[in-house]
Design a protein around this ligand. Structure first.
Ligand code: AMP
Ligand code: MG
Length: 430
């Protein structure tokens, strides 16, 4: 149950936005309107370090120690005193011992002396420079160091990775593999993260059949709940799959009430189209404060956004269209960001737009943002993009074949072959 924004209703918030037009809403305006209404969850919990993967930090991570803890050698070679080095000629030093990673050399190194060191070995007292083994000659306990060495070379300074007392990760950052390692390098075994967002979802439509039942005439299997299962799971939220809900006011009301009572956000598919002869829109409007938008985009024109329930038991609602491709596009373009924000993320999580050359002409009219399904491919040294072909919003295969969206901006007209277009990668390093 997300906290309600204390003072204003959703209608009040969006009416203050410049250029807000629910019947021809630009994609950027819809994003802005959603963001202005959301209130992130506040609760936190303590988890063991491994469990923090994919979660959002609820605390700053402030090192109590330096990493590395000591100056140490970055190479295999000899640790020397820079004051012994002579820039114009080779010098000869006496090797007085050995230092390994985890096995420091304990005595002080005096003038004319050096110590054999391996990568990671603590710099022996008195030394400040490492000469790599490949550039030296050694005979017995004598080591010949050529000229041209630089003071401090091949030494990793204490604290060069992380400095005690200086916050390295801020609350609101997600924990990825790199952060897990970084937190581990500080010896921290338990940390505070935001509690996982709870998202309830269901499909609406009388034509929907569930897997395991035979299709009757005119029925389709419910696929939206599966794409949503996939997209929500990958976002790391707790999912509450409420199945298919028939177009029956009693069943719909019960589903909405249950979802609002148990979740922070509700995602539904279907039933929000213009002229839709069903009860979905009616109930959404009745059970909370819901706006019905016609978004200037393709696919995905109709969408409902609002809040269902009241007080403690309120959840943000995303009523997505029913068409399978429209579901995925509106999820990625609106719901993903909204859920990350609700979950407490404060870093920048916008998916970057890259540029690629279109290998083909693409039809497009100004006045709406299009998300065509694209295949980014390499042609020699150049990355080019083509569409997956048929772009109907019921052609889910186009999402499966695609590795990117070709984002054709609101004002843009048709694309000629060879022109640059914006692309948004669907999968990158996670
Ligand atoms: P609607 O937005 O309810 O008018 O639905 C638009 C189209 O999407 C219709 O052809 C529906 O049959 C189809 N559709 C709606 N919900 C689903 C679903 N859960 N799985 C697959 N197709 C769906
Ligand atoms: Mg329908």
């Amino acid at each position: 149950m997300a906290e309600r924004s204390k003072n204003s209703t959703i209608a009040q918030v969006v009416s203050c936005l410049d250029g807000y037009d629910p019947d021809a809403l630009r994609v950027d305006k819809a994003r802005e309107a959603i963001r202005a209404c959301l209130v992130p969850v506040g609760q936190t919990e303590r988890v063991a370090i491994r469990e923090s993967l994919g979660r959002v930090l609820a605390q700053d991570i402030v090192p109590q120690i330096n990493v590395p803890g000591h100056d140490n050698s970055a190479m295999d070679g000899w640790a020397v005193r820079s004051s012994d080095l002579i820039s114009s000629r080779e010098i000869s030093l006496k090797e007085i011992g050995k230092a390994l990673a985890g096995k420091p050399f304990q005595t002080n190194v005096g003038p004319g002396e050096c110590v054999r060191v391996m990568t990671g070995a603590v710099m022996p007292q008195g030394t400040d420079t490492v000469v790599i083994q490949e550039s030296c000659r050694s005979e017995g306990n004598r080591v010949m160091v050529p000229p041209g060495q630089k003071t401090g070379q091949n030494v990793r300074a204490a604290g060069e990775d992380l400095k005690a007392g200086i916050a390295v990760l801020k609350a609101g950052r997600p924990v990825r593999a790199a952060e897990l390692g970084l937190i581990a390098s500080l010896g921290i075994g338990e940390l505070s993260v935001k509690r996982r967002l709870r998202v309830a979802f269901f499909s609406t439509g009388d034509e929907l059949a569930s897997i395991g039942t035979a299709l009757k005439q005119g029925e389709v299997y419910d696929s939206n709940r599966y794409t949503l299962h996939g997209m929500l799971s990958r976002l790391g939220v707790e999912i509450i799959d409420m199945g298919v809900v028939r177009d029956d006011p009693k069943l719909l009301e019960a589903a909405f009430r249950k979802a609002a009572a148990s979740a922070d956000a509700i995602v539904t598919t279907g039933g929000v189209s213009v002229g839709e002869a069903d009860f979905v829109k009616q109930l959404m409007a009745q059970l909370g404060e819901v706006l019905f938008w016609k978004i200037a985009m393709r696919p995905g024109r109709p969408m409902a956004f609002g809040r269902i329930g009241s007080g403690e038991n309120a959840a943000f609602l995303f009523g997505l269209p029913g068409n399978p491709v429209a579901v995925m596009v509106t999820f990625y373009q609106f719901v993903r960001d909204a859920l990350l924000f609700l979950g407490g993320r404060t870093d920048s999580f916008e998916i970057p737009l890259l540029t690629a050359k279109s290998s083909q002409a693409i039809r497009k009219v100004p006045g709406r943002t299009e998300y065509q399904r694209g295949i980014l491919f390499r042609e020699g040294d150049e990355w080019q993009v083509r569409t997956t072909g048929q772009q109907g919003s019921g052609v889910l295969r186009s999402m499966s074949e695609a590795n990117c969206f070709i984002v054709l901006e609101h004002e843009r007209g048709k694309v000629e072959a060879g022109e640059l277009v914006s692309v948004q990668l669907m999968d990158a390093l996670a």
